[in-house]
Design a protein around this ligand. Structure first.
Ligand code: ADP
Ligand code: MG
Length: 690
């Protein structure tokens, strides 16, 4: 039923409600308070103390407007037989037309001691009949609703309260009683009553838990359904991961796998053996050793006569992967190629032809792999490295395209070092299984991190120059811009390189790295850096992701206050890859609160998960929901920052649910299915085929 027909609403107010997203009574019940206040019963003014939220009534004494124009404030005295309160409304000169001496007002607000008298600033007020009985003596825990200028929280409260019992009595619960018992959550109707009319904080908590779990559960069920539908309609190549193959692959690796790496590989082996396409997210901090895990999956595919592809977000990273993989596979028969936008037309065509005919086993590339004509002969495994650098859409596109082009769905492994927020949103929306590498490979020594102000630059560079000269360490110097023209007043690679060469780093071998260098130049420089023929790379953030040169043990980041927290962590992850004690210096001076929070955070922890959480806190929820997600989230109660435990519970329960009733077609699940489709059918693209 439209709210328009509720007592006291009507067409005008209904239009205002609509702007808050409330059209029906059901919407109204789901218009949740964003906080609660203790409403005290009316008290004689003499009994009122400072710093309390109070309700009082009295007669208006003298009034006045103080100050000028729109900024003027309106002041009034409120007098009862026991004493006097001083009321002030800022920017409210217009009140002089509405509040007059002699009126009786009931006001509510927070008191402050101001000199000798008690003051209430910007109190809520209403004119009342002087003969009206005093408000009920009982105190109330009152909801405060998201409101608008034309519709106050009180008005919303007045609309909801009289219909609350009647309306909630009509609500059927889509969660069975047995489930509610198991999870100790109240019935839906009860939860909604508690939200709008709690007796205290405990009621709110109880209601909140039910509603949050409900939201997360519906979402997870939606994802589980979606996953099932995807899998029903597409087959992947089953990949042989017998022990003989396993031994063969492992023998190629130049080190012993850690137990985390081994564990993840076991999970992947299981996935690959099936014709159900793998869709797995591998998360692990920078430097945790994700690449070999990916390589394992790819080589398993190749050993089974299928192809494998690895997609990286930057050319430098693709080139590096190509380099590492070629080296590891030296002398094997695996045919590997590198496909990036930097290729000439003829070379490119040749690679594409051989991919289509199956004459290439393993291709490594950038998003050039996405471009239209790439058709695989038989793509078995697709790895997307540093997936957070690719947009959701690109990822989806890649998946669809490879499906179309090769007739089979590849087993997909996406890798990231940024667990939250993007991973979280993927876990929520991307129907992924998640594997985690927790520890770092052995033999790493922790990175010393310093944050210093620009005034200390000389000391930093002189110290670093000393370490390079004495101990043959190598360094990265990172700047926010390539040249002066693009720098906008910030330090840039070209000028800084020149300055260092002529000053603090005189005599050291320096080279630039940035996105505008030609591929051959960049490859040559990276090669020489790896070989120890360059002492320091002066670079933009192109080196941010994935670059792996174990002997590089020093990093300096200029204008550090300008980078995001996760980005700083990624940058720092370029060092600390060998056994030398590494150093990372962030030069910067924060001018904003957030900037300061970021620098504090990066200095105080080296743990990627913690960094990600802090980043999440600093940037807030807003950013975790990309364009696609925001429309379909409908998370109003659940807060992903604090409800991780509930989210995990919902995930587990949803899986169980789908196992018991794969299509949610049992009659007992009919209502649940309907609510689910209403909420997520469109957003998740779930076909309602029953
Ligand atoms: P990331 O997870 O950031 O992609 P990489 O895969 O680049 O990390 O690995 C970082 C470094 O650790 C590389 O130099 C790699 O050779 C090395 N590494 C990976 N696994 C191990 C291991 N089990 N033992 C020793 N070194 C390892
Ligand atoms: Mg990597």
């Amino acid at each position: 039923m439209p709210v328009q027909y509720l007592p006291g609403v009507g067409p005008r107010l209904a239009a205002v409600y609509k702007r808050l997203g409330v059209v029906t009574v059901s919407d109204l019940l789901h218009h949740f308070p964003h906080r609660y206040e203790f409403e005290h019963s009316e008290r004689p003014i003499a009994e009122i103390g400072a710093e309390q939220v109070v309700t009082a009534r009295g007669e208006v004494g003298a009034t006045r407007v103080a100050g000028m124009g729109r900024k003027a404030r309106f002041e009034a005295n409120l007098i009862d037989p026991t004493g006097r309160l001083h009321l002030t409304w800022f920017n409210s000169a217009f009140l002089r037309k509405r509040i007059h001496p002699g009126m009786t007002l009931r006001i509510q607000g927070k008191t402050k001691k101001y000199g000798s008298y008690m003051q209430v600033v910007n109190p809520k007020w209403e004119v009342i009949d002087p003969e009206a009985p005093a408000g009920e003596r009982s105190e109330r825990y009152r909801p405060v609703y998201p409101a608008s200028e034309d519709l106050s929280s009180e008005q919303i409260d007045k609309t909801i309260q009289p219909i609350l019992d009647e309306a909630t009595a009509l609500i059927e619960d889509h969660l069975a009683e047995s489930y509610r018992k198991q999870r100790s959550i109240p019935e839906l109707a009860e939860a909604l009553r508690l939200v709008h009319r709690p007796e205290g904080e405990d009621d709110v908590k109880r209601a909140r838990r039910r509603l949050a779990l409900d939201e997360l559960l519906l979402l997870q069920l939606g994802i589980a359904l979606k996953r099932r539908q995807l899998r029903q309609h597409s087959d992947a190549v089953a990949i042989n991961t017998a022990d003989a193959v396993d031994e063969h692959i492992i023998a190629r690796f130049p080190f012993q796998l850690t137990s985390d790496q081994r564990g993840v590989i076991e999970e992947i082996r299981k996935d690959l053996a099936s014709t159900t396409p793998m869709n797995r997210l591998l998360q692990g901090d920078v430097g945790s050793g994700k690449t070999v895990v990916a390589l394992y999956a790819m080589l398993a595919a190749v050993a089974s006569g299928a192809q494998a592809a690895l997609m990286a977000p930057t050319e430098i990273l693709a080139e590096q992967h190509y380099f590492t993989v070629t080296e590891m596979l030296e002398g094997s028969r695996v045919r590997i190629e590198l496909l990036t936008a930097a290729l000439g037309a003829a070379e490119r065509k040749s690679i594409l032809d051989r991919l289509a005919s199956g004459d290439i086993d393993l291709v490594i590339g950038t998003h050039a792999l996405l471009s239209k004509p790439v058709a695989f002969h038989r793509l078995g495994v697709l790895v997307i490295d540093e997936q957070h650098r690719f947009g959701v859409h690109q990822r989806a596109e890649l998946r669809i395209r490879t499906e179309m082009n090769s007739g089979v769905v590849p087993h997909t492994l996406v890798m990231t070092a940024t667990p939250i927020p993007r991973t979280l949103s993927l876990t929520l929306f991307g129907d992924l299984d998640v594997s985690t590498i927790k520890g770092l490979p052995p033999g790493r020594s922790p990175i010393a991190t310093r944050v210093v102000v620009p005034g200390k630059s000389r000391e930093v560079y002189e110290y670093v120059a000393g370490r390079i000269a004495d101990k043959h360490e190598q360094a990265y110097i990172v700047l926010p811009a390539i040249d002066e023209a693009s720098g906008g007043g910030l330090k840039d690679v070209r000028s800084h390189l020149k300055q260092l060469e002529e000053g603090w780093f005189e005599g050291l071998r320096l080279a630039p790295i940035h996105g505008r260098l030609k591929r051959e130049t960049r490859e040559r420089i990276m090669h020489r850096f790896r070989a120890g023929q360059i002492d320091a790379l002066v670079a933009t953030t192109v080196i941010e992701v994935g670059v792996d040169v174990p002997n590089a043990s020093i990093m300096i980041v200029e204008h550090a206050e300008r980078f995001g927290l996760s980005q700083l962590h990624q940058l720092r992850g370029r060092v600390g890859r060998g056994s030398t004690k590494s150093l990372c210096v962030f030069i910067g001076e924060a001018t904003t609160e957030d900037g300061k929070a970021r620098l504090d955070a990066i200095a105080s922890t080296g743990d990627g998960f913690e960094i990600a959480e802090r980043d999440f806190e600093i940037r807030g929820m807003g950013e975790i929901f990309g364009p696609r997600q925001s429309g379909s989230t409908s998370l109003r109660v659940a807060d992903l920052r604090t409800d991780m435990a509930l989210l995990n519970l919902a995930r587990r329960d949803a899986r169980q649910w789908i196992e018991d009733d794969p299509g949610l077609t049992k009659p007992t699940n009919a209502l649940l299915r309907r609510r689910l489709m209403e909420q997520h059918g469109e957003g998740l693209g779930i076909a309602d085929v029953g």
